[in-house]
Design a protein around this ligand. Structure first.
Ligand SMILES: [Zn+2]
Length: 504
């Protein structure tokens, strides 16, 4: 049976232009989506933009635009970046889409019908920077610790969600891994939150104009977080007459996000879904925070990296490689931007690119007429490649994508060493049969490398396979066949091609 795989990134808040953090999570999601398509799953990969809230309205006003104009412009920056980075999302949802509005209203209606909502008044602190209600305890010197501004004191009528009614159940689901939360330290943090008092939260705001109106009370708009979270179901057609995708793909197989928004995804979202009698997400995975060259990314320091610049300088595949290979996925880490050139040259130009061009050149030089019959494989090499696939898959299934990439590049390293040891160039004319054996083994290793990097560097994988006249036939094959060691005849059509990654 074909498995479905529904994967999401958070929808990104349009108050900010896309930066490295957004690119990081989205590339990771893309790699996993491509991998799952590769192994034969039916994948739905969703990303999008979160466009409502007081903060967006303010930002638009500052630049003299209507909120919608402002959102259109910023949202387009995201879609164009995803094009540049070759992101293979199946859909892009915007919370200003009409289809989203319909579904979001339906969702909050369901919560009300389930008696999970009551009217109350909120008196307290609100940070527009976070779009979050804050408690005194959370402040540092009276200020929001993230935005270093004093939160607004607000007093308004709100509708509240009865979190107390569902929190216990959510906690149980997390404890039993029915909602699997990873990495482990984030899971512990989330479980820790249940030990403190979790307060019922507002699902609407008064006096905020830019938002989706609460269907039974138009003096209120749906709180931006509730609005945003519901994108995961509205994009699938929830609440509309065309909900085939919702029936097929819900619940999410994997919600990916930065760890700063874990509480909303791991507690509030499942609680609301339970109230609406919908299935809860199966798996929530939070990636860590990162610094750039050892410092927090900030405009004042001037170390903000625009992913578009990386694509311009290194190309789409190499930008993906550089962004995702910096540190273990799921942990905090440092992006060594000052070492991008060095990493590019070492891994891509000298590592993979050089391997492919050397093997191509030598194969073209080989006098094939002197080599009889089929070439035998080297058993040790076969074992090495088979093991590499095992590790690669295991890491992919555990979402340790950087480890899968490392495994692949260990094969690149091996192949380059194999050339140095066997010295095929010394065998020309002396022992052509042995020379053919070495080169055919190398081409077969390269074929495996190409398929392993396919989810990571899709253009490069296709280029390599095309160069060895394998793409047309192989891209139609099933995954199980592709990863098997293949013994081929010596009539392989190998084309000379341009360097995959010219040195910088
Ligand atoms: Zn804040």
């Amino acid at each position: 049976m074909i498995k479905k795989f529904y994967i999401t990134t958070p929808i990104y808040y349009v108050n900010d232009k896309p930066h490295l953090g957004h690119a990081y999570t989205t590339i990771a999601a893309d790699i996993l989506a491509r991998y799952h398509r590769f192994i034969g799953d039916e994948v739905f990969f969703l990303t999008g933009t979160d466009e409502h809230g007081a903060k967006v309205a303010k930002s638009a006003e500052k630049v003299g635009k209507t909120p919608k104009q402002f959102c259109d412009e910023i949202s387009a920056l995201y879609t164009s970046l995803w094009d540049a980075l070759n992101i293979s999302n199946n859909d892009f949802i915007r919370t200003t889409d009409q289809r989203h509005e319909i579904g979001a209203k339906k969702f909050i209606e369901k919560l009300r019908e389930a008696d999970a909502i009551y009217e109350g008044s909120y008196e307290g602190l609100y940070c527009t920077g976070c779009e979050k209600f804050l408690t005194e305890k959370e402040l540092v010197d009276g200020k929001c610790p993230d935005h270093k501004i004093c939160p607004d004191k607000i007093s308004e009528k709100n509708y509240f969600f009865k979190l107390d009614k569902y929190a216990k159940k959510v906690q149980e689901l997390i404890e039993k891994d029915k909602i699997k939360i990873e990495p482990e330290n984030i899971r512990s943090e989330v479980l820790g939150l249940f030990k403190q008092e979790l307060e019922n939260f507002s699902v609407s705001r008064e006096k905020v104009a830019w938002g989706i109106k609460v269907p039974w009370d138009e003096s209120q708009v749906i709180y931006v977080w509730v609005d945003a979270l519901s994108n995961y179901i509205t994009a699938l057609g929830y609440g509309s007459s065309n909900d085939a995708n919702f029936k097929k793909y819900w619940p999410t197989d994997l919600h990916l996000m930065g760890k700063d928004i874990i509480k909303f995804h791991a507690i509030y979202w499942p609680a609301m879904l339970l109230a609406a009698k919908l299935a809860v997400p199966k798996h929530i995975f939070a990636n860590g925070y990162f610094t750039v060259n050892g410092q927090k990314m900030s405009k004042t320091i001037g170390n903000v990296i625009d992913p578009n610049d990386l694509v311009k300088k290194y190309g789409s595949d190499a930008a993906r490689f550089l962004i995702i290979s910096q540190f273990p996925f799921g942990q905090d880490g440092d992006v060594k931007a000052e070492k991008f050139d060095e990493q590019f040259n070492a891994n891509l130009a000298n590592g993979l690119g050089n391997l492919v061009s050397r093997v191509t050149a030598m194969y073209l030089k080989l006098d094939l007429k002197k080599c009889k019959g089929k070439v035998l494989e080297n058993k040790e090499v076969v074992r090495l490649v088979t093991n590499a696939w095992k590790n690669y898959e295991k890491f992919m299934e555990e979402n340790k994508i950087d480890q899968s990439l490392k495994t692949t590049f260990s094969l690149v390293k091996f192949a380059n060493e194999y050339i140095s040891v066997e010295k095929p160039w010394e065998l020309f004319g002396k022992d052509d049969e042995k020379c053919a054996l070495v080169l055919c083994n190398l081409i077969e290793i390269i074929r495996h490398i190409a398929w392993m990097i396919y989810p990571f560097l899709p253009e490069t994988a296709e280029n390599i396979l095309t160069q060895f006249s394998m793409w047309d036939e192989e891209s139609k094959l099933e995954y199980a066949k592709l990863k098997k060691w293949k013994r081929f005849d010596l009539d392989l059509q190998v084309k000379k091609a341009q360097a995959l990654f010219p040195r910088i």
